[in-house]
Design a protein around this ligand. Structure first.
Ligand code: GLN
Length: 189
């Protein structure tokens, strides 16, 4: 069993290290062939317009939608959340259009406004999760297909929709590997 990390741009190495720390093989995914081998996929933080262009360029769009339709778990963090969303406020940039949410990019300010906090997540055991926000998106609307699992004072920062997870924040940049463990369990089915 291996967990894929979309490795086109952004902080995919941090996710891959976290997956490996959980004792699971991390497969960097750059082409449709590599996508075939994985049981779950993490879409990392980075720059969502850049990652979107590369998804298109490497022929990953249809294969990604196909795996999602088959029920493969996909977890988008930060830019990854934007790429999974159906609606991006004021933008027609590339998106996979799977998560029934509207996101607002850079809703917490600039890079220097980055912050860390502890957040309780509904249905998630073991106490609050350490969360890092870096030019993070906010989920400004949650449609009927998705479920909000976590909020800050600003609004919703995590949703789940079946096998899809979206988080505004970066758990891969902390010491807390519980979310990665839970995602691996989901992918193990
Ligand atoms: N601001 C970036 C974007 O809109 C996301 C930032 C991140 O992934 N840390 O694409």
């Amino acid at each position: 069993m291996s967990i894929g990390v979309l490795a086109l741009q952004g902080d995919y190495d941090a996710h891959a290290r976290m997956v490996e720390r959980c004792g699971t093989t991390a497969q960097r995914v750059r082409c449709p062939q590599e996508l075939k081998r994985v049981s779950g996929l993490i879409i990392p933080g980075g720059e969502s317009t850049t990652i979107g262009k590369l998804i298109d360029r490497w022929g990953l769009h249809e294969p990604l939608l196909e795996r999602a339709r088959q029920g493969m778990p996909i977890w988008g963090t930060c830019a990854g959340l934007i790429l999974l969303a159906r609606r991006v406020e004021g933008s027609d940039q590339y998106r996979m259009g799977l998560l029934d949410v509207t996101v607002r990019r850079n809703a917490f300010g600039r890079q220097i406004d980055s912050f860390e906090t502890d957040l309780p997540i509904r249905g998630f055991p073991g106490g609050p999760i350490r969360a890092v926000f870096i030019r993070a998106p906010l989920i400004i609307e949650v449609g009927p297909e998705a479920e909000a699992l976590c909020e800050t004072d600003a609004g919703v920062v995590m949703v789940r929709q079946g096998n899809l997870w979206g988080t505004s924040f970066h758990p891969e940049l902390t010491d807390d590997c519980r979310m990665h463990r839970a995602f691996i369990e989901l992918a193990r089915g």
